[in-house]
Ligand binder design. Structure first.
Ligand SMILES: Cc1ncc(COP(=O)(O)O)c(C=O)c1O
Length: 365
């Protein structure tokens, strides 16, 4: 079978932006010689938590592990159900399975692209131990309504904020309303350490359990109070993360400027994303919807514009979850129609114009 050549467009969808400051921070760690469990991780945790307005930050090796630890820290395991969106990166559902619980897939609200109290409520059962709200593309899920539902039902709310660093709902940073918030520092994220993740919480006891779970159940060297794993972040990663965090808000604002320009230029051309009035959108992705996606993709490729499809096959339609066959009409409609366009902070205006022209051609042709 002929292999399709790798698509490497002139206008990439995203790329990590690393500069002299990150290089200097890494060099400092290397020269100091402490590569693990040191001052960079501790400072990154404190600075990250403060940025989000949370009491505690626990740095880990990636966002998927962070989700697993959040569930374990909340005592969730075999026999439990966890309600998750199907329209998310597979990590959200996998984390539930990895702790031995069962994911129950909820539909999305077509405006926020996230789960809502209305899509989740019919799925609550006596086995529901938690809801994981994913702030998809950087748009917040309505966490206050979800938290109210959880407290009424007696289950936990976990916020998968992997795509939503800087996102706010009604003035609060995402990740601070539920029992725990989870972030990813994967290479495509707004703050990247290559691989990496962070948990935030306001609950001192949960914070302590998460710290122990991350470090083989140990609170101090040689004393293992429980069973855990190695999910620690390295000093090198933390040093990079600290530099990246400092520029976050300015980069997010630049993304929002691009998004507003796209909104104006593409109104009436394609279905462009909507932002709830109570939301500050981190604009991790700018995701339009079209009926004829192959035609649009062909036009983008002819103009050498990068794009992403998040997610053409939702979790409940993955072979891994073949047992689950709920009917999720909004999820399935979005999965067939979404296309994410370049919205990175360093996108040049001329590049943005090229993207707009290509979308117009692809929507019209
Ligand atoms: C919504 C969501 N959850 C979880 C993750 C997992 O994060 P990581 O790749 O750091 O394991 C991602 C990563 O892209 C994500 O987008």
């Amino acid at each position: 079978m002929a292999m399709r050549p790798l698509y490497s467009p002139q206008i990439p969808l995203s790329h990590p932006v690393l500069g002299d400051e990150e290089v200097a921070a890494v060099e400092q760690v290397l020269r100091a010689g402490q590569l693990a469990a040191g001052p960079e991780v501790r400072s990154f945790e404190a600075e990250f938590a403060a940025h989000c307005g949370a009491r505690f930050g626990i740095a880990v090796n990636n966002g998927t592990t962070a989700l697993e630890l959040a569930l374990r820290g909340l005592g969730i395991g075999p026999g439990d159900e966890v309600i998750v969106p199907s329209f998310t990166f597979i990590a959200t559902a996998n984390a539930v399975c990895m702790v031995g619980a069962r994911p129950v897939f909820a539909d999305i609200d077509p405006v926020t692209m996230c789960v809502s109290a209305a899509t989740v409520a019919p799925l609550l059962s006596s086995a529901t131990a938690a809801i994981i709200a994913v702030h998809l593309y950087g748009h917040p899920a309505p966490v206050d309504a979800l938290a109210a539902l959880c407290s009424k039902h007696g289950c936990a709310l976990v916020e998968d904020s992997a795509q939503a660093l800087g996102t706010r709902w009604r003035g609060r940073h995402v990740g601070t309303t539920g029992s725990a918030g989870v972030f990813s520092f994967y290479a495509t994220k707004a703050v990247t350490t290559g691989e990496g993740g962070m948990l935030i919480t306001n609950d001192p006891e949960l914070s302590e359990r998460l710290r122990m779970l991350r470090n083989h159940g140990a609170r101090e060297v040689g004393m293992h109070l429980g069973v855990g794993t190695n999910a620690r972040m390295s000093e090198i990663a933390a040093a990079i993360g600290r530099v990246q965090l400092r520029g976050l808000e300015a980069r997010n604002e630049a993304r929002r400027v691009h998004a507003r320009a796209y909104d104006q230029a593409l109104a009436g051309v394609v279905e462009h994303p909507r932002c709830a009035p109570d939301a500050v959108h981190a604009q991790h992705q700018y995701t339009i919807q079209v009926d004829d996606r192959p035609r649009l993709l062909a036009a983008l490729e002819r103009a050498s514009v990068g794009y992403g499809l998040y997610y053409p096959r939702p979790c409940h339609m993955q072979p891994a979850f073949a047992r689950e066959r709920p009917s999720l009409p909004h999820t399935e409609r979005a999965a067939a129609r979404v296309v994410s366009l370049p919205v990175r902070h360093d996108l040049a205006e001329a590049e943005r114009d090229t993207v707009i022209a290509a979308v117009r051609r692809g929507a019209r042709e």
